[in-house]
Structure formats: structure tokens, C-alpha cells
Design a protein around this ligand. Structure first.
Ligand code: NAP
Length: 494
């Protein structure tokens, strides 16, 4: 396979020129303290898209001071006003869907149709949390001895550091920024180095929507440890919310211990996708395609291990391979593209290593299995069967368009295999038997379960994992609680 991608067009250059390139601190765009910048690449071609300011520890301290200074006023701002700002930002993002989608596609690579889907999903968090800002509750209890009253109220945690990954350059950010702002927390946001441009556009939208200076700062950087390390040690910070790999999350938890920060950790996954003999096989194949290839497989909720009951395993693998081999690979801006490039060379090479390791352990490549000839970081959509339990791909997040298919005989065996991982983000089960669906949903060690659905993400649902997939929840009623502390007030019986 050879892929010859179009280079950056005039239209794309015009849009990129309009994206702010500075650091956003205290309501203004400015250069980094040391004047440094770093480049952002088009993963479909390796072309340079833009340079953005490169924040250092000094910029982190300035942004944190702005967040500290703005915190009391923002916390005291009427919830309805905070809600209105988020609502205006929601409408602005939806109105500018084409700009946001194109910037996402340019810097992250996914097809434009998927980028539009991400923009809608991301905007939903602004809408949802604009609605939650005015619903922060407390309560009034009578002590068991009847002698006092126990009042509880929820107050903003305080200045929060938000760190996001590159795979959903907008949605992983609004999922944090919207509840933080709704709760009355000020925030400093560090986007991923590969995809800072989408975040710059969002900062512009929030500022135009009326967000007061200092409430949100945005600091792209090429030195995440150098920026974040000192911030975690700074007593002005009260919370860190992170989405990314388990390895980085573990380090941040150690750093957060210094100041006993509130933490939210949305980490890696190793999702099992179970297909039972009694499943609707058409639906299961379509669900697996979605759970595997959405976002090019570069998703924490991607189906990492597809486990199929022996009665339907051969037919399922054949049908999945047939569908996957027809997927059109190309630059995300090209009409008809269904799978874009991977984010960078390192991720692409890592996927190849995992496939090669599985093949060395006895697996068969049914379709795909290599990187096409191109200037970008493409990888062929791939199905492999006969993967051993000890292969690296069985235990590590593949984060690419590779579907390993395994076989099982009994329900208990499937559950044991599904749970045999240090991760616990999401799992999926396809069956027509409601009893089995509930048994399996209860037995899976995961924060989320998709029953006869290959997609669980929804702004109104609590997203998050168990085990080494993380701490806390984003979205739903739970998402705002991550940015609120409960205060209890004791008062004598009136
Ligand atoms: P990553 O390498 O852990 O990076 C995530 C973020 O952390 C980026 O902004 C990164 O900056 C920053 N970072 C890296 N090293 C750091 C350090 N030492 N100190 C502070 N910040 C640091 O993850 P990724 O490759 O971007 O994303 C893929 C991972 O995210 C996968 O494991 C996926 O499962 C997980 N993920 C989880 C969820 C969820 O909701 N559970 C959602 C999406 C993704 P740079 O960009 O500069 O490296």
C-alpha cells in the first residue's frame, strides 16, 4: 500500500494563521518568558503546520499566580453567570465546528467526519456543565441524638492544573475545563505537545464568551516535566486532573503527594470486547469496528482484545477482517477517508513492534500488519488471530488500528481473561441473553461496560476507570464533584 497525501493547502494555511500562537495568561496572549517556540506537525505528511510559544517553569508560576489571584472572585461569581459563559462558549464552538474540526484533523490526523463528531462531543461538555453549575447542592441533616444540625455545602477546590492528551485534542479538554469552571475553580491548562492548536482556539472562544482574566491560562510546552514538576510543588495549586498514560499518571500522583493535591486520573485501558455465541453477529462486527477503529484505534476505550466464543469465532474474524480491509486510509482532509495517520512516528513504530511480537509468538496476520509507504505515520488496519496470552499486545494498550482476536469456550473463561489485566477502563459484551448481559456487566472489572454497544462516551455519563485505569470520574453528575470539596458545618439545634 502506498499513500500519497496532499500537502498543506492555502485554505488550511489561512485557518492556521488565525489560530493564536502565544501563551494565554491573565486574559492576554503573550510570548513565553524565554521567547522559545516549538513546531507542530501534520502527521499525514510530516509537514510543519505552525510554531507555538513554549512555556517554561517561569510561565507556569505566572499562570498559577493569575489563577490564585482570580480564584476568590471566580468562586464568588454567581453560578448563573458561570453557567452563561459556558453556554456562550458552547454555542461558539458549535458555530465554529468547521474551524475546530479542520484544526483537529490537521494536527491529530483523524478524518474530518470524526473530527466533527469530536467537536460535537466536546461541546456537549460545555453545555452539560453549564447546566450543572447551577445545581451544586448541599444538605441539612439532623444529628442522631437530635441535638445539632449538620449542614453540608460544596465549595470549589481551588486552582487546578489540567493536563490533556493528543488523541481527542478538544473533548479531553472540555471534559476538564467545563466542570472546573462550572464549580468555580480557576485553571491552568497544559495541552499535549502534538496537538496544542485546537486548545488555543478553545481559549480564544472562552475568552470571547466573557471568561474573566486569570480564570483560565493555557500553556503549551515541549517540556512537560519541567513545567509541571514545579507547579505540583507549589502550594498555590490545589488540584491536578490528568488524562494520559498510566506511567505518567503514576509519576504525577507521586508529585501530587507533596502538597496532598486532589487528583483525578483518566489513564490507560486494555478493553476486552466479548462476543458470545448468541450475539447478533452483524451488530457485533459493526460494534467491534467502531470500538476498534474510532479515532484510528488511538482511544483509551478502544477494543484492545476481542474475545469471541468458539462457535462463532471463525466467522466473526473473517467478517471483521473483510470489513477492516475495505477501510479507506488517507489524509483526514481527503473525502472518503475512514482512517487517518497515527499521531507520530514513535507511536506507529510501537504498533509495529507489538504486531511483530504477536506474530513471533504464533499469531496469524489475517489482514494488514504493516506500515504503508508514505511520508506520514500511517498504519494498515489490521486483524490478527491466534494471539497468545503472553504476547505483549494482550497486556499492553496497542493504541492503533490493530484488532487481536482471541477465542474462548465458556462465559467464566471469558470473564477471567477479560479481567486478567492491570487496567479496568471499559469492556464490551455482545449477547442476546439479558441474564448473561447483567452477569457479565457485574463481573467485569471495569469502570464502564458497553452492552451490545461499541461506544459508551456521553457527556451525561460518568466516565472513568478502576484498577490502574484511574481515579475519579469525568462527565455526568459526578464530573463536577471532582472540583468541589464538601464542607460540614455543625450548629446547635435551633
Ligand atoms: P501521555 O504521554 O501520558 O501524555 C499525556 C499528557 O501528559 C500530555 O499532555 C503530555 O505532554 C503530558 N506529560 C507527559 N509527560 C509528562 C510529565 N513527566 N509530567 C507532566 N506531564 C507530562 O499520554 P498520551 O500519549 O498523550 O495519550 C495516550 C494515553 O492517554 C493512553 O494511555 C490513553 O489510554 C490515555 N487516555 C486515557 C483517557 C481516559 O479517559 N482514561 C482518555 C484519553 C487518553 P506531551 O504531549 O508534551 O508529552
Amino acid at each position: 500500500m502506498t499513500i500519497d497525501s496532499a500537502r498543506v493547502s492555502e485554505n488550511e494555511r489561512t485557518l492556521l494563521a488565525r489560530v493564536p500562537k502565544g501563551l494565554f495568561i491573565a486574559g492576554e496572549w503573550r510570548d513565553a518568558a524565554g521567547g522559545a517556540t516549538f513546531g507542530v506537525e501534520d502527521p499525514a505528511t510530516g509537514d510543519l503546520l505552525a510554531h507555538v510559544a513554549d512555556a517554561s517553569a517561569a510561565d507556569g508560576a505566572t499562570a498559577l499566580e493569575a489563577a490564585r489571584a482570580a480564584q476568590p472572585t471566580w468562586a464568588a461569581t454567581p453560578p448563573r453567570e458561570r453557567s452563561d459563559i459556558l453556554d456562550r462558549a458552547y454555542h461558539a464552538v458549535v458555530e465554529r465546528i468547521e474551524d475546530f474540526a479542520l484544526v483537529i484533523t490537521l494536527e491529530m490526523g483523524k478524518p474530518l467526519a470524526e473530527s466533527r463528531g469530536e467537536v460535537r462531543y466536546a461541546a456537549d461538555f460545555l453545555k452539560w456543565f453549564s447546566e450543572q453549575a447551577v445545581r451544586i447542592r448541599g444538605d441539612y441533616r439532623v444529628s442522631p441524638d437530635g441535638q445539632s444540625r449538620l449542614l453540608t455545602l460544596r465549595q470549589p477546590v481551588g486552582p487546578s492544573l489540567l493536563i490533556s492528551p493528543w488523541n481527542f485534542p478538544l473533548a479531553m479538554i472540555t471534559r476538564k475545563v467545563a466542570p472546573a469552571l462550572a464549580a468555580g475553580c480557576t485553571a491552568v491548562l497544559k495541552p499535549a505537545e502534538d496537538t496544542p492548536l485546537t486548545c488555543q482556539l478553545l481559549a480564544e472562544v472562552l475568552s470571547d464568551a466573557g471568561l474573566p482574566p486569570g480564570v483560565l491560562s493555557v500553556l503549551p510546552t515541549s517540556d512537560p516535566a519541567g513545567l509541571v514538576g514545579p507547579m505540583l510543588a507549589d502550594e498555590r495549586l490545589r488540584k491536578v486532573s490528568f488524562t494520559g498514560s498510566t506511567a505518567v499518571g503514576q509519576n504525577l500522583l507521586i508529585g501530587a503527594a507533596q502538597n496532598v493535591l486532589r487528583t483525578s486520573m483518566e489513564l490507560g485501558g486494555n478493553s476486552a470486547f466479548l462476543v458470545f455465541d448468541d450475539a447478533d453477529l452483524d451488530a457485533a462486527v459493526e460494534g467491534a469496528l467502531l470500538a476498534k477503529l474510532r479515532n484510528g484505534g488511538e482511544s483509551c476505550v478502544a477494543a484492545n482484545r476481542i474475545l469471541v466464543q468458539s462457535g462463532v469465532a471463525d466467522e466473526f474474524a473473517e467478517r471483521l477482517a473483510d470489513r477492516i480491509s475495505q477501510v479507506k486510509v488517507g489524509r483526514g482532509t481527503e473525502p472518503g477517508t475512514q482512517l487517518g495517520p497515527m499521531i507520530n512516528r514513535e507511536q506507529r513504530d510501537r504498533v509495529q513492534l507489538l504486531v511483530d511480537d504477536a506474530v513471533r509468538g504464533g499469531a496469524t496476520v489475517v489482514t494488514g500488519g504493516s506500515a504503508p509507504d508514505s511520508d506520514g505515520y500511517f498504519y494498515e488496519p489490521t486483524v490478527i488471530t491466534g494471539v497468545s496470552a503472553s504476547a505483549r499486545i494482550t497486556h499492553e494498550e496497542v493504541f492503533g488500528p490493530v484488532a487481536p482476536v482471541y477465542t474462548f469456550d465458556h462465559e467464566n473463561e471469558a470473564l477471567r481473561a477479560a479481567n486478567d489485566t492491570r487496567f479496568g477502563l471499559v469492556s464490551y459484551a455482545y449477547t442476546r441473553d439479558i441474564g448473561r448481559a447483567l452477569r457479565v456487566a457485574e463481573g467485569l472489572e471495569a469502570g464502564m461496560v458497553g452492552v451490545n454497544r461499541g461506544l459508551v462516551s456521553n457527556a451525561a455519563a460518568p466516565f472513568g476507570g478502576v484498577k490502574q485505569s484511574g481515579l475519579g470520574r469525568e462527565g455526568g453528575f459526578e464530573g463536577i464533584d471532582e472540583y468541589l470539596s464538601v464542607k460540614y458545618v455543625a450548629i446547635d439545634k435551633p
